[in-house]
Design a protein around this ligand. Structure first.
Ligand code: SAH
Length: 349
């Protein structure tokens, strides 16, 4: 059975074969523009609503939902067909409402400090499974309007390129979101960055850098052994040249590991060359990584050093740490809560 958001227009038209010709457009508008489930499409005859509800089933089964930050952050745990589980996080800020979606169940990239990486890879998500996370979050955000989608949940988006791209096109063409409100975050899959550079929509690109020399990056982000920094920087430059979009680097500050003056200088060199913005994230705790995040004073110092070296750097607000919803904490199950209080400030999501 196809999921609600897996069918393209053609597939929907085939499903509605025998119905009046205008039905496909009507259902499509209901699904994407208004975010309705078939059962809610009151302009359709009841029998058709029932049939669509049955044949276009929801793919995400809510297993658990937690809220934090006085309700401003919601994290869902969804069960999928076959038993895999994923997480999705909705974050409401003063000026925007952002959903952070997963693109894979688990992840094969093996970054030590990331809970998803520690858990390993289960499977790719379909386009419909990616989109349905957005549509569920969009409803939960009401009456506010969901403004941004970041592909920064579980998984490596560029290792599921085709399904990711189909979801991006649907969000742009059918849900009506602009490319500048969509952000793809990657560990640095160079062929994927090159494909994205020549794609038809200029989405924002975030690269999870975390180290600016190959020796340290090989250790923290193992894919660096395949796509080392020089090759990654070249792909980033090509992306900027082709899309005219500002690139951002994510840098999780790890106490004594990547927060020294030398790290700041190396990072500044790369960021300045590319005109990239740096998003600093104090490392969030995960069960499988013993080193802690840089304390707040050190985070501020690191930011100031980058600024004095001419780099545009900000500290990303941490949302939902106490419900394991923050960056790097998504594990697709109900993990042990580490009980670190969240910090409420507006940031870069
Ligand atoms: N695989 C993609 C998408 C995941 S985005 C990527 O790597 O970009 C999740 C972001 O959180 C990445 O920048 C990741 O490096 C970062 N992250 C992972 N573990 C973290 C942790 N423990 N604390 C803070 N950030 C973390």
């Amino acid at each position: 059975m196809p999921g609600t958001y897996d069918l393209d227009r053609q597939g929907l038209a085939e499903l509605l074969d025998g119905e009046p010709g205008f039905r496909a457009a009507q259902v499509w508008e209901g699904l994407y523009r208004r975010g309705e489930r078939p059962a809610e499409m009151t302009t359709l005859p009841l029998a058709l609503r029932d049939r669509l509800e049955e044949e276009l089933g929801a793919q995400l089964d809510e297993a658990h939902r937690r809220t934090a930050d006085d309700g401003a952050t919601i994290k869902w745990l969804f069960s999928l067909a076959g038993g895999a589980q994923i997480e999705t996080v909705l974050m409401a800020y003063r000026d925007r409402v952002t959903v952070c979606v997963s693109t894979q169940a688990g992840c094969a990239m093996n970054c030590q400090f990331c809970a998803t990486g520690q858990a390993g890879f289960t499977r790719q998500l379909s386009t419909g499974e990616i989109l349905e996370q957005v549509m569920v979050a969009r409803r939960a955000a009401e009456p506010r309007r969901l403004s941004n989608v970041v592909f920064m949940g579980m998984g490596e988006p560029l290792a599921n390129y085709d399904n990711l791209w189909a979801a991006i096109e649907r969000l742009h063409d059918d849900v009506g979101m602009s490319a500048r409100h969509l952000t793809v975050s990657t560990v640095g899959i160079v062929p994927g960055i090159k494909r994205l550079a020549v794609a038809s929509l200029p989405v924002n690109l975030a690269v999870s850098l975390h180290a600016a020399n190959d020796e340290l990056r090989d250790e923290l982000v193992p894919i660096n052994r395949r796509y080392p920094l020089a090759v990654l920087q070249e792909a980033c430059a090509a992306y900027i040249a082709a899309t005219r979009r500002r690139l951002s680097f994510e840098w999780a500050l790890i106490d004594g590991v990547n927060d020294t003056r030398k790290d700041a200088r190396e990072l500044a060199g790369i960021a300045r060359d590319l005109g990239a913005h740096v998003n600093l994230i104090p490392l969030n705790p995960t069960p499988g990584y013993a080193v802690r995040g840089t304390p707040a004073a050190g985070v501020g110092d690191f930011r100031d050093q980058l600024r004095s070296l001419g780099v545009n750097a900000t500290v990303r607000s941490t949302r939902g740490v106490e419900i394991d919803a923050a960056c790097g904490q998504l594990a697709g199950s109900t993990p042990v809560t580490l009980g670190v209080p969240g910090v409420l400030a507006d940031g870069q999501h």
